[in-house]
Design a protein around this ligand. Structure first.
Ligand code: SIN
Ligand code: MN
Length: 204
């Protein structure tokens, strides 16, 4: 049996197919206002393979000059991020176990060749709040380890509608996406995977 690190919870099939479609419509409306763009790595300026955008009062961004950070406007349009859809606030209320709302929802889009290297989510001021992640579209191979980069890791598939919560002792676990399995979901017309991560950024 697969043993996940302490504080890491995987809820397979958390969202019904109808709920996934409704959430996708919400995300399409967000992306219309706040288009996906290609972020770049700090210092090297190397483009990431995922495209990103955000909703919420704050959004996570990265670029060559200023690195990883949260800011209240879209780096390309300069506009404030759109609001977090109600369905996501409800998921946070149900699964975060945290009494204050999330401030940021990072939206990652993976085409069939995109990946994300092992990293920690540590640009937030408040590690008491968990990170709540929702997957839509094609299945991915997700890898999660310990709180040190060299720690043991386990791999699991995340399907459309799955939720993962990184909280408590698992809040700072290294994690990443090793691959996308093309054509494993019919949710996105042109394939690919969307991952949504809800975060509390500031201390309430
Ligand atoms: C992330 O760590 O930002 C995304 C994780 C995922 O795509 O499942
Ligand atoms: Mn992350």
């Amino acid at each position: 049996m697969l043993v996940l690190p302490k504080g890491v919870r995987h809820i397979p099939g958390c969202l019904s197919p109808d709920a996934q479609r409704a959430l996708l419509d919400d995300i399409r409306a967000v992306v219309k206002d706040a288009p996906l763009y290609t972020p770049t790595m700090p210092r090297t300026g190397k483009p990431m393979s995922v495209r990103m955008t955000n909703c919420g009062s704050l959004g996570w961004v990265t670029d060559k000059e200023r690195g990883y950070r949260y800011q209240d406007t879209h780096p390309v349009t300069g506009k404030p991020w759109p609001a977090i859809p109600r369905a996501l606030l409800d998921l946070w209320a149900e699964y975060s176990g945290y009494p204050h709302p999330p401030e940021a929802c990072l939206i990652n889009f993976y085409d069939e060749t995109a990946k994300m290297g092992l990293h920690q989510d540590r640009d937030e001021e408040d590690f008491d709040a968990p990170v709540v992640s929702i997957s839509l579209g094609d299945t991915c191979l997700f890898r999660i380890g310990e709180t040190t980069r060299s720690g043991r890791t386990v791999s699991l598939k995340l399907d459309s509608g799955d939720v993962v919560v990184l909280g408590g002792a698992g809040r700072l676990c290294f994690h990443g996406v090793d691959r996308i399995y093309p054509s494993t979901s019919a949710l996105l017309r042109n394939g690919g995977r969307i991952n949504l991560t809800l975060r509390r950024v500031t201390k309430p």
